[in-house]
Design a protein around this ligand. Structure first.
Ligand code: GLN
Length: 487
């Protein structure tokens, strides 16, 4: 039997059911790995050891009583953007560095009810704003494939934890690429579902029309298992969609013969470093061998997705983050002189510089004099991009291309250049603007660093995406590679 941490969630579930090990043993194994390795990775903000062991004991009792679900007893980590009852929930910010949530996010509730064991809360860019995990109040996260490199962001702590096998799976959120880009940079399988598929209740808001929770794990099979429990209508989120959740595991093995894969012309023209294109093209060739057909499609407005996003997302964040005022919860400055001083100093001291940049940009594009020139125009382009995607899905089943323009870059290399940093998400943002489901799966390495293949589907095509990813993972083993240091 492979070491526990080398196994996928699906394999661990089988081991638990067969009585090869208990949930308490499994949980201890991961907690020990966290204490051994997390000092160098900085993937966790909070480790909930006691709670995890108590949940594991409950899970073992459930397994013994025969009332377990597929996920009962399996450990996972939550991105620190999800509210967790009685546990520190920081969103990577000084602003929430003292915030113990009084309730669970729906995603947390559902996985808890399934019997999963929470190992802790993972590091992230402050309020999920970033592509490198360097904007966190809790410091940068290291990439397990090379500790001098970033793991991507904003779900960088979740990515590093799973890639280093100190957690078998983790939740993430994706507003412009924050599940897919770190998954690509650390060789994981990550899926951002359709907007509305997974409840946003208790997921701290960044840009509400774009934010969506999802998972980061080791295989499409694992993603299917987790997504099954997380998805579905929630009365507490008015944007969650009331359509039945299909059985994601049931369709994983469907044949890919006749699958029509669209290659977005604009994705291959733009900024894709030549080496990075190679593993992606090789992955496409594997799909052809599996019986798929490649068709070129064009989405002429897609290159405008980054500027569009950097109007829409800051606009929404400037509104969402106005609730942090030093009065109700979170950080409060010392000895405020008056109410105005309380507001300005609490916000001035509690937010980091990237968050302030976004709030200022957002306030500007929403101001009376600039609303039409920026915000309204961005909304129109967003509509055009959405329509172009819809037209593409009349011709093809899925779209494929690179997830990220480069492999993991050096820590510190892009922090002083926001525009270069923003361009990391050039391939991922389109799916958020259009509300589409999208995945990243490992498809090779360049100079020892992982490369991700992105798969985008039509609305609610999660089952198709997982099937397409699983087909590839049956004939390749990129997703099984792990960094030697953590083997
Ligand atoms: N990197 C993008 C940003 O900084 C996307 C972040 C995200 O998806 N949360 O806004």
């Amino acid at each position: 039997m492979a070491e526990l941490h080398a196994q996928t969630l699906t394999e661990l579930a089988a081991g638990l059911r067969a009585g090869k090990f208990s949930s308490v043993e499994l949980t201890r194994h991961f907690l020990e790995r966290i204490s051994k390795y997390d000092a160098e990775l900085n993937a966790f903000i909070t480790v909930t050891s006691e709670l995890a062991l108590a949940q594991a004991a409950d899970a073992d009792a459930r397994i013994a009583a025969g009332t377990a679900s597929a996920l009962t007893g399996l450990p996972l980590a939550h991105k620190d953007i999800f509210c967790t009852d009685g546990v520190l929930t920081t969103c990577g910010s000084k602003m929430l560095s003292n915030f113990v949530s009084p309730y669970d996010a729906t995603v947390v509730t559902r996985l808890k009810q399934a019997g999963m064991v929470m190992l802790g809360k993972t590091n992230m860019d402050e309020f999920a704003m970033g592509s490198s995990n360097e904007t966190s109040f809790y410091g940068a996260v290291k990439n397990p494939w090379n500790l001098a490199k970033v793991p991507g962001g904003s779900s960088g702590g979740s990515a590093a934890a799973v890639a280093a096998r100190i957690a078998p799976a983790a939740t993430g959120t994706d507003t412009g690429g924050s599940i897919r880009q770190p998954a690509a940079l650390t060789s994981l399988t990550g899926i951002k579902p359709t907007y509305g598929r997974v409840s946003r209740y208790g997921m701290i808001a960044f840009a509400s029309s774009l934010d969506q929770g999802g998972v980061m794990c080791l295989s499409a099979e694992d993603a299917a298992l987790l997504l099954q429990s997380m998805s579905g209508f929630d009365v507490q989120d008015s944007t969650s969609v009331d359509t039945p959740v299909p059985d994601y595991s049931a369709t994983l093995n469907q044949s890919l013969k006749g699958l029509k894969i669209g290659l977005v012309k604009e994705f291959f023209e733009q900024g894709l470093s030549n080496e990075n294109a190679k593993p992606v093209r090789e992955a496409l060739a594997v799909y052809e061998q599996l019986g798929a057909r490649l068709v070129e499609v064009s989405l002429p407005n897609l290159p405008l997705s980054v500027p569009t996003y950097y109007v829409v997302a800051p606009a929404e964040c400037s509104s969402n983050l106005s609730r942090f005022d030093g009065v109700r919860f979170g950080y409060r400055c010392d000895n405020p002189r008056d109410l105005q001083d309380l507001y300005t100093r609490s916000r001035g001291e509690g937010f980091g510089s990237e968050v302030k940049r976004r709030i200022m940009t957002g306030t500007y594009v929403l101001s009376a004099g600039y609303y039409d020139a920026y915000y309204l125009r961005a909304q129109k382009i967003r509509r055009l991009i959405t329509e172009e995607f819809a037209n593409a899905f009349k011709q093809v089943d899925v779209l494929m291309g690179p997830t990220s323009p480069t492999t993991a870059f050096d820590i510190g290399a892009k922090v002083d250049d926001p525009v270069t940093m923003y361009l990391n998400d050039i391939y991922t943002i389109g799916a958020n603007l259009a509300g589409l489901p999208a995945m990243s799966i490992p498809c090779g390495f360049l100079d020892g660093l992982p490369v991700g293949l992105q798969i985008i589907g039509g609305h609610f095509a999660e089952a198709k995406l997982l099937n397409v990813a699983h087909g590839y993972q049956q004939v390749t083993d990129w997703h099984k590679r792990m960094p030697e240091r953590y083997a």
